[in-house]
Design a binder for this molecule. Structure first.
Ligand SMILES: [Zn+2]
Length: 99
């Protein structure tokens, strides 16, 4: 049932779901979510699952302004991916030398 659904740790757009929050006045399940930019907010579970809520709003802002915190987070993710690629290249190189 809806009350027992487990969303903790799941990602919806830029949200990472944390602890279950108190139900709203409507009685619908709500969750504490953290956006990649660091903003935390309580979001309705149905908004997460339907894709109605994908971020705190910074996804829209970052398209217009540069240097938004969300961009920094995305850049960090990209840098980590680049380092991972470099490591893969290096290990291929080492494997080649060992031959
Ligand atoms: Zn955000």
């Amino acid at each position: 049932m809806i009350d027992s659904e487990q969303l903790t740790g799941q990602r919806f757009g830029r949200w990472t779901v944390g602890e279950r929050a108190m139900n709203g006045a409507s009685g619908r399940a709500r969750w504490n979510c953290q956006c990649v930019c660091g903003t935390t907010r309580i979001v309705l579970a149905k908004h997460l699952r339907s894709g109605k809520s994908l971020s705190c709003g910074c996804a829209l802002k970052s398209e217009f302004g540069q240097g938004a915190p969300a961009d920094a987070a995305l850049r960090r993710e990209r840098t980590i991916q680049e380092i991972a690629l470099k490591l893969a290249e290096l290990s291929a190189l080492v494997a080649g030398l060992a031959r």
